[in-house]
Design a binder for this molecule. Structure first.
Ligand SMILES: [Zn+2]
Length: 92
């Protein structure tokens, strides 16, 4: 089975869509291409704001990044079946 390398996948970070999420929304639906992706907001530990996560459309778990699968669908890294490459940078 062919493994995808994540760096070669298209990646969608929550920070890139932060601007289109309504302020203090606890959930939102984003239209990314032809796909609707659910986003949830969780109050931070300090309760001074919300952190946002994509809900993977496959496993419904929250992730800060989604990856484009072979089928052109945005899914989490687990569901994409991709492996982390060693050049994944720290602190970025
Ligand atoms: Zn998933």
């Amino acid at each position: 089975m062919k493994k995808q390398i994540l760096e070669h996948c298209q990646r969608l970070r929550i920070s890139e869509v932060r601007d289109v999420i309504p302020l203090e929304a606890t959930s939102a639906i984003l239209e990314v291409g032809t796909q609707e992706i659910s986003v949830i907001g969780r109050l931070t530990n300090l309760r001074n704001g919300y952190r946002y996560y994509f809900l993977c459309p496959v496993c419904s778990k929250p992730f800060e990044s989604l990856f484009k699968s072979d089928f052109g669908r945005w899914v989490c890294r687990v569901c994409s079946g991709a492996v982390y490459a060693s050049c994944m940078r720290r602190g970025g």
